[in-house]
Design a binder for this molecule. Structure first.
Ligand code: ARG
Length: 257
């Protein structure tokens, strides 16, 4: 091989490496969830009406708002379904671009990720069997009560009730439906979960009621890796526009009557 040819090969190789590096640096996320014109969202799709399966398609408020955001940014949306308590890590490590899962903004979560502005509110509700001795939130705190509370692992329902009633009295399930099955079967005395999913679960299952008094009020937002401030800004701009033009309200109204 002639020297010039070798040089050319080396140059091309160097450019390829540099080009790739530039690409990775550019999207501010080490493992490159977003190397193409694609936004990868992490969710847990057992949370009607925010995200749930219709056939093999994930639909719901979050899925539709995310699609509208991607549309605004001229990007394609891919949704990855995973355990709720894996979402934060997926976002932090960059295996996805953002997490959207009816996720509540909390101080603790803000230590590891950033949140966009809020696009919806949530309430933690309590589901019991009809005729349950638990009729208000206060009953859970009564002297010597020791009721067993069913929750979805890693949710605010889990975190708050573990704080309030101790881990011995809280049973963690992989999703709300499993928690409700446990309530039906008598393994737990109540389920603490966000109010809209609670309504969907009570509608789908006989003999359950939601208490009138709620357990906590919350704000839902999208989480993004700390270093990905560029995406955070883009998402915030898109959310602001979609709130201002009524898109977010329309999507929510379609699912919550
Ligand atoms: N709002 C609660 C939280 O952030 C529950 C969210 C559960 N979401 C889901 N897609 N399973 O902890």
């Amino acid at each position: 091989m002639k020297l010039t040819k070798i040089l050319a090969v080396v140059l091309v190789a160097a450019m390829a490496v540099l080009g790739f590096a530039a690409c990775v640096a550019d999207d501010g996320n080490a493992s490159g969830a977003n190397l193409e014109n694609k936004l990868v969202m992490a969710t847990n799709a057992y949370f009607q009406p925010y995200e749930y399966y219709e056939g093999d398609k994930i639909v719901g408020i979050d899925a539709e708002i995310a699609a509208a955001i991607a549309g605004k940014l001229g990007m394609e949306l891919e949704i990855k379904d995973m355990q709720f308590d894996s979402i934060l890590t997926a976002v932090e490590t960059g295996s996805v671009d953002f997490g959207m899962a009816g996720m509540t903004v909390t101080e603790k979560r803000l230590e590891s990720v950033n949140f966009t502005s809020s696009y919806a509110t949530g309430v933690q509700s309590i589901i019991v069997k009809e005729g349950s001795p638990i009729t208000t939130v206060e009953d859970l705190y009564a002297e010597g009560a020791a009721y067993k509370v069913g929750v979805q692992l890693g949710t605010t329902g889990d975190i708050y009730s573990t704080d309030d009633f101790g881990s011995d009295n809280v049973v963690q399930y992989s999703n709300g439906n499993e928690a409700v099955m446990a309530l039906q079967g008598g393994a737990v005395d109540c389920v603490i979960i966000d109010n809209q999913p609670a309504k969907a679960l009570v509608e789908a299952n006989e003999g359950l009621v939601i208490l009138d008094t709620s357990y906590a009020d919350e704000e839902y937002a999208i989480c993004v890796a700390k270093e990905n401030t560029e995406l955070l800004e883009k998402l915030n701009n898109a959310i602001d526009e979609l709130i201002a033009d009524g898109t977010v309200d329309n999507i929510i109204a379609k699912y919550i009557k």
